[in-house]
Design a protein around this ligand. Structure first.
Ligand code: ZN
Length: 139
């Protein structure tokens, strides 16, 4: 028995009144600002470069000083990328889940990775300059 008139749009996702009054799940999200988004995208791009340069020499990821725990956390490349993508899509950082039982020797800081990438870039530039006059020693 229906005492009230049935809402013809009840349960219909096309209901024109849907989402006007009731806060949906989306309003819980605090989307990243354009600047924050840009930062994360840049981090993702840097990460690709660092992994390409440092992965082959045995570096498995980055170590990040955690502000919550006040101790370093070790993140594999894939984990870092996953965290950044999660941040992009959800607007909030994932609860940190550092690599299990990491070997600190295989992780470097963002600063180190950045310096390394800059150094490689400089070396390539310098090598190109030096090679202009003299031939390289054959192996
Ligand atoms: Zn932590």
């Amino acid at each position: 028995m229906h005492e009230e008139p049935i809402d013809p749009f009840n349960g219909d996702p096309a209901d024109p009144s849907a989402g006007l009054d009731e806060p949906g799940e989306e309003t819980d999200l605090d989307p990243l600002s354009e600047v924050e988004r840009q930062d994360v995208l840049e981090d993702l791009a840097d990460l690709e470069i660092y992994q390409a340069l440092l992965g082959p020499v045995g570096v498995r990821g980055l170590v990040i000083e955690c502000e919550d725990c006040r101790e370093p956390h070790y993140f594999d490349w894939d984990l870092l990328r996953g965290n950044l993508r999660h941040l992009l899509s959800s607007g909030r950082p994932r609860v940190h889940e550092p690599a299990y039982d990491p070997d600190p020797d295989h992780y470097v800081t963002w600063e180190y990775a950045r310096g390394y990438a800059d150094g490689v870039h400089d070396t390539l530039t310098e090598t190109a300059d030096e090679n202009e006059g003299e031939a390289e020693t054959p192996h």
